[in-house]
Design a protein around this ligand. Structure first.
Ligand code: ADP
Ligand code: MG
Length: 728
């Protein structure tokens, strides 16, 4: 066994769980490191407090003079908690979070120093931003961007740093991060939804989008993970034969959480409590060493920040417990991958969940309005939604028989399917009083406030209605939720705006009653968008054929899927809603295409290295052992040796065949990479990486995995799947 593998296994076997004691009740800990309402009441002047609350609730601007008061209060609070530094915390387009820490400490001459944090430092900062991706928006000579405080997401203390959530924009105003377009999309859906709500309740002033994510991940012993160059450099295994036991016994899902993992989770949850991330559930997932963590849902912007923060915190706490967290969508072949379901809904400031059926026919009509408009929005923009979840790593999941396919469809369950079928046949034009009574009593009025499908649902659907929310299930586990949330809220905003225009037109021009008009438009929407509704098995081949007939897209790879991001339709959508201009949209597209290329390029290089430097030499070593053995047999048995050495001779030849195949495929892969690198056009280059380079990974892997089965375990250099996945 290679010394690295030997020591890694030994180290992992000797691990003791780090027992975590929970000293305090979670409710008492919750949010104590967050500058939340309670802390603000204590540390801010009345005027400063009101100004922040007004910014949060109504999006009003904070006056610069008030900002000075706020920063002073925030600093006092942070110092009382032991903070020494502050940072503007933002989400650049790398997908990770970024921060640059500055000390509060400042000298004031005469050998004296104070802690200082002014309004200016709170509100705006100028990080040296030249090395963040910008898709060509900022030329490097004017490599300036600035971060600006987002008061809707509260400041928090992590470790000893006060973190201030911010947006990141260029000096010319273009968004350079994930948060800016998200905030704009949330504002758009707020305005559009409030206008529609007024048909039902004049008191509604604000509509919030909510998000409840479910984060899946793997926990691998850090010594074992570090002994695998592919995991270290790419976050996944590029090689490795499936273990004799995988997930076929289904004994991991919801099983007892192994103690070491349990202690990790306890530690993590404590940190989440302090940071105000309301984590609620934890359980084992389908694959061995795979787990899931989910919070109580929150306002979407805050929930997105919480998820980004959580992923950071998970990494840091894992270090303490000698684990490595794998967020990759498919870290192990033959074992289930990870996703991040995005549960989404809209709710009013009057406390109504717009995607929850109500108790009266009128509230149900409101529910149906938002429900059907969402379906129509998804139908009209299915390709854009698909593009929002495209990444090199998520390509391994979508359509790979374990996650939703690359075809976007909507599952609504039998009860609501029946309701839509009835509504589809509503009379065109004005409704007679009898018809309306019948509709209200027997169709709309019959929707129960708890839907059956809440429990009994189709897990193969990428976009499922689950009783009082939609669940976007195709989001990848590594994704920043801001991306899919921006798209979803944007398309619904656009749809609701159109709906309002169409209903108003019927009321004004055709002199229709409000609910007649609503029924009429909803009927049209059901007719137009029912092709997106699918209740069957989304994993089946039959669905691919059926979806094609229905005209739905099936963009299986990232380069193919991303094109929808820069379609005329997408550019108009974002432009009309004021979410992104053409430059911003194109820049993002460019960044994502480039990121795709880089990921595949790195994987290709790592795979080539491991195959040539680890696998082939090991195979040769073992082959030499066999050759020695054959030589010895010949020496002892003379001419009879062939009978005795038959299997060894076969093995020697088989090993040679695999070595040959690995070498030739690595050479081909390297050549294809070189060819791809010469392509100027970004998308064509990505396509070359996708269609010419990547397919060779499987070939190389196939032969290497065969060798893993043939070669003496003692010689094998890489930590094996059974060791990675079953160490507790
Ligand atoms: P699973 O998909 O694992 O069976 P659930 O469907 O119960 O789990 O998912 C629950 C998730 O949905 C939680 O994160 C929860 O906070 C979230 N959720 C519940 N209601 C809403 C809502 N109105 N808006 C957004 N998310 C919600
Ligand atoms: Mg779920």
């Amino acid at each position: 066994m290679s010394t690295l593998r030997f020591h890694a296994i030994k180290e992992s076997l000797n691990r003791k769980p780090i027992e975590i004691e929970e000293k305090e009740r979670r409710s008492a800990m919750f949010g104590s490191n967050v500058f939340n309402e309670t802390a603000m009441r204590q540390y801010l002047t009345k005027a400063a407090y009101n100004s922040v609350m007004d910014a949060i609730k109504n999006g009003s601007k904070i006056d610069r003079s008030v900002a000075d008061h706020i920063s002073t209060g925030m600093k006092e609070w942070a110092l009382s908690k032991g903070a020494t530094h502050y940072t503007h915390w933002f989400q650049p387009l790398t997908g990770a979070t970024a921060e640059k820490h500055d000390a509060f400490f400042e000298t004031i001459g005469g050998g004296l120093a104070i802690e200082k944090f002014g309004g200016g430092q709170l509100v705006q900062q100028e990080p040296d931003a030249s090395s963040f991706p910008n898709g060509g928006i900022r030329n490097t000579f004017e490599a300036r961007g600035y971060t600006a405080w987002d008061p809707t997401s509260p400041a928090f203390i992590y470790d000893t740093t006060l973190c201030i959530p911010t947006v990141f924009v260029s000096y010319t105003g273009e968004a350079l991060d994930y948060k800016t377009p998200l905030l704009r999309a949330l504002q758009a859906v707020d305005h559009a939804a409030v206008a529609v709500c007024k048909y039902f309740d004049k008191n509604v002033k604000k509509v919030n989008a909510s998000l409840g994510w479910e984060q899946e991940y793997f926990l691998i012993d850090s010594a074992l993970a570090n002994a695998r160059p592919d995991i270290v450099l790419t976050g996944r295994t590029l090689l490795g034969h499936s273990p004799a036991k995988g997930q076929q016994l289904d004994d991991h899902y919801f099983g007892t959480i192994p103690n070491r993992a349990m202690q990790y989770m306890k530690d993590l949850e404590t940190e989440c409590m302090l940071l105000g991330i309301p984590v609620k559930t934890r359980h084992n997932e389908v694959a061995p060493n795979q787990f899931e963590l989910a919070p109580i849902y929150d306002e979407a912007n805050l929930a997105v920040d919480h998820n980004s923060l959580l992923m950071d915190v998970m990494d840091k706490i894992a270090d303490r417990h000698n684990f490595k967290v794998l967020f990759h969508e498919k870290p192990f072949a033959g074992v289930n991958g990870s996703g991040k379901h995005n549960n989404w809904s809209l709710s009013t400031d009057t406390g109504v969940n717009l995607l929850g059926p109500g108790k009266t026919p009128m509230s149900n009509l409101q529910f149906l309005t938002f429900f059907i408009n969402t379906i129509k929005a998804v139908y009209d923009n299915e390709e854009l939604l698909r593009a929002a979840i495209a990444s090199a790593s998520n390509d391994h999941r979508l359509g790979a028989n374990e996650a939703p396919p690359a075809i976007i469809s909507v599952f609504i369950g039998e009860q609501l399917t029946n309701v839509l079928n009835e509504l589809e046949h509503v009379t065109n034009g004005k409704l007679s009083p009898e018809e309306k009574t019948d509709l209200k009593l027997n169709v709309v009025g019959k929707i129960p406030d708890v839907l059956l499908d809440n429990t009994d649902r189709n897990r193969t659907s990428p976009f499922a209605f689950t009783g009082n929310k939609f669940e976007f299930r195709a989001v990848g586990s590594t994704a920043n939720c801001a991306n899919p949330m921006t798209v979803l809220n944007a398309i619904v905003a656009k749809q609701l705006t159109e709906f309002k225009t169409e209903v108003d037109a019927l009321i004004d021009k055709k002199d229709m009653k409000k609910d007649d008009a609503i029924f009429n438009i909803l009927r049209e929407y059901i007719k137009k968008s029912k092709h997106i509704l699918f209740e069957g098995n989304g994993y089946g081949e039959a669905w691919e054929k059926e979806a094609k007939k229905r005209g739905l897209s099936n963009n299986k790879t990232t380069p193919e899927a991303l094109k929808a991001k820069v379609s005329k339709k997408a550019i108009n959508l974002y432009g009309d809603l004021g979410i992104m201009n053409k430059v911003e949209v194109e820049a993002r597209y460019e960044i994502e295409v480039e990121e795709y290329v880089l990921r595949i390029q790195i994987e290709g290089r790592v795979l080539g290295d491991i195959a040539r430097n680890h696998i082939v030499p090991t195979a040769v070593k073992y082959q030499n052992v066999l050759i020695e053995n054959v030589k010895g047999l010949k020496e002892i048995y003379g001419a009879d040796f062939k009978k005795l050495a038959k299997e060894q001779l076969n093995l020697i030849e088989e090993i040679s065949r695999h070595i040959e195949a690995i070498n030739s495929n690595v050479t081909t892969m390297t050549n294809e990479r070189k060819k791809a690198n010469k392509i100027e056009n970004a998308n064509k280059k990505a396509e070359a990486y996708c269609n010419k380079v990547k397919p060779l990974f499987d070939k190389i892997r196939y032969h290497s995995d065969k060798l893993e089965l043939l070669v003496d375990d003692e010689l094998w250099p890489l930590v094996k799947y059974r060791e990675l996945l079953f160490t507790k």
